[in-house]
Every structure is written in C-alpha cells, then in structure tokens.
Design a protein around this ligand. Structure first.
Ligand code: TYM
Length: 325
C-alpha cells in the first residue's frame, strides 16, 4: 500500500481543475496511509487578508469532505497545525539551492522578475518538499502544473540522503489520465486557475447548476465544426478532456460519439456530465456548511495523526543534521 500525500492551497475558490486534476482521485481510493492537507502556509506567499485566509482554510476543508474524503480513513489536516512543516522547511532550505528554485516555472510566472515579491514565494517549493518528505510519501497525486515541484522534491530528498545518510523516501508524482490540465474556458491557452481574473472561464465548485451550464455553453470553441482533439483546436480539446474526466471515457471514444454533431450538442453533453458529477458534491457541501463542528473535529483528529508521523521523521532528521537533542 503506497503512502500518498497531496495538498491544496486555500487561495481563491476551488474549481473544477482542482476537482478533476486532484480531489476526485483522492476520494476514489481511500486508505489509512493517505494524507491530504490544506496548505495555509503556502497561501501566505502572496498578499492576503488574514480573516479571509482563516475562512478559506475551513471552507476548503469542507469542500474536501464534501468530495467524499472520510476523515476516519484518511488523514485530513491543516498544514500550520503541524509545526514540523515549518521546521523541516528551514532544514531543507539549507539543502535546496538558489539556482534550482530560480528555475521554477511557477515562481517565474508569479514573481515576474519583481524584487518586491516575498521570499516565501521563492521558497514555496521547499515548503512543499517538506510537506511531502515529512510523511515519507511515495506517491503525490497532483495536476500537471505541480510536476516540476515534485521533481524538485525528489532532487532535494536525494541530496539530503546523500549528504546525511538515508532519511527520506523519494516520492513520485501521479497524474490523472484526463483532466491533468484543465484549461480556462474563455482562454483555452491558459490553465484554469483560482485567480479571480477570468470568472467566465473558471467553473468554481461553488457555482450553481445554471452558472455551470452557462459557462460551458459559452466556452470558446474553434473555427470549423469538428469535435476532435488537436493542437490547433485548444478550446474543443479542452472540452473533450473535461468530458473525458467527467465520464471516465477515453477521448477517442468521445470523438467517435460526436462525429457529425455540432458544437452545441457537444457542449450540452459536457455541461450535463459536469453538472452530474458535481451535484452530489455540491449537495454534501451545503449540508456540511451547516455543521462546522464536524469539520473542526475532523481537522483536529487529522492534525493529531499527521503530527505523530511528522514528529517521528523530525527526530531522525534533527539527529542526522547535527542538532542536539
Ligand atoms: P493548488 O492549490 O494550486 O491546486 C491543488 C491541486 O489541483 C491541481 N490543479 C489542476 N489540475 C488540473 N487542471 C487545472 N487547471 C488545475 N489547477 C490546479 C494542482 O495540480 C494540485 O494537484 N503547491 C500546490 C499545493 C501543495 C501540494 C503540496 C501538493 C502544497 N504542498 C504537497 C502536493 C503535495 C498547489 O498550490 O496546488
């Protein structure tokens, strides 16, 4: 049984990219050695409002429970509740290099070369490495945009093990067959993201059914009328990927189904499938919202469990790097 770890950042609202890229796989196969984390410390790397962060952290945990994560089986917790994440980050900071962090695509995109960005934004992948390595994780189920960060985590773990002796398991990222990179519906050349820049192109989990349908029906398609995935058809390709993620059917089968059909019928089918997948999650979320005590209880239990594993790793790490007991 592989030890699995993954996380999600409470910045912006969770959307269907998060759901199909990550959450749905977390809920699909639940085992006691699977650990999921709401990474609130990562959300502090860009300017934010403290009250909003508190609210979003609980809200995101509520969405994860609504997807079906069972806190009696898996460990679900909030990153800052386990102090070892911050401690391990410092130690790994002394192993990671400026050069490798400077090469991270997300840092280059978000930092935009500005001197005013926080050191935390630069250091972001080291905190992520700490998250993964503290639990000796073998698999990290993520969307495609996290590939580079997990590879860096492996490099840092390998260097640490080489320098101080065998300590960390080397993790590997796993990706879904479809939905690994859901694109913005209004700008299919951009990844769908939590930023509020493109409300028409992003389907939030919290959107209602009518809004979900409207956004899909208005999604940018391409010239021509063929429902076929190809590089020169990013809009249709994205909708096919989304339909494949929502139905579990391969894109090739879907292309066959829609041979000769128009974009209108195709988009209606995508909307139906997405609405159908999200409906139970949305209903469960509404129920859980009225029971915040059960969410808090799940998170307390999760943090207790996570802490015991993380603390054990840190005893070993502290000894290996030469810190006194
Ligand atoms: P975050 O919060 O941006 O996204 C959470 C998960 O959703 C996936 N994802 C997508 N998948 C498909 N299409 C999209 N458009 C899309 N957008 C997001 C992400 O790949 C991710 O799996 N740094 C991470 C959080 C993190 C983490 C970790 C993940 C912190 N520590 C340790 C794994 C292990 C992040 O910001 O994800």
């Amino acid at each position: 049984m592989a030890r699995v770890f993954s996380g999600v950042k409470p910045s912006g609202k969770p959307h269907i990219g998060n759901y199909f890229g990550a959450f749905t796989r977390w809920a699909a196969d639940q085992q006691p050695e699977h650990i999921y984390c709401v990474v609130d410390l990562h959300a502090m790397t860009v300017p934010y409002d403290p009250a909003e962060l508190r609210e979003r952290t609980v809200d995101l945990a509520t969405w994860l429970l609504a997807t079906g994560l069972d806190p009696d089986v898996v460990t679900l917790f909030v990153q800052s509740h386990v102090r070892e994440h911050a401690e391990a980050t410092w130690i790994l900071d002394c192993v990671a290099t400026m050069g490798e962090l400077g090469r991270m695509t997300q840092f280059k995109e978000k930092g935009g070369g500005r001197d005013s960005v926080s050191v935390g934004l630069f250091n972001y992948p080291v905190l992520m490495a700490a998250d993964i390595l503290l639990y000796q994780s073998e698999e990290v189920p993520v969307g495609d945009d996290q590939r580079q960060h997990v590879e860096l985590t492996r490099d840092i773990a390998q260097r640490f093990n080489h320098r101080f002796g065998e300590t960390f398991t080397l993790p590997k990222a796993t990706f879904p067959t479809s939905g690994a990179r859901i694109m913005d519906l209004a700008h299919p050349d951009h990844k769908m993201s939590k930023s509020e820049d493109s409300p028409q192109g992003t389907i939030d989990l919290a959107d209602d059914e009518a809004t979900t349908r409207k956004k899909i029906m208005r999604a940018i398609t391409d010239s021509g009328s063929e429902v076929r995935a190809s590089e020169d058809k990013p809009g249709v390709t994205n909708l096919l990927d989304l339909l494949s993620a929502a139905t579990g059917r391969p894109v090739a089968d879907l292309e066959r189904d829609f041979e000769g059909a128009g974009y209108g019928d195709f988009k209606r089918a995508v909307a139906d499938a997405v609405v159908e997948r999200l409906q139970p999650v949305r209903t469960r979320y509404a129920e859980l919202r009225s029971d915040p005590a059960s969410v808090a209880e799940a998170l307390t239990k999760g943090a207790d469990r996570a802490r015991s594993t993380a603390a054990a790793t840190m005893v070993d790490v502290r000894a290996k790097v030469g810190l006194t007991a």
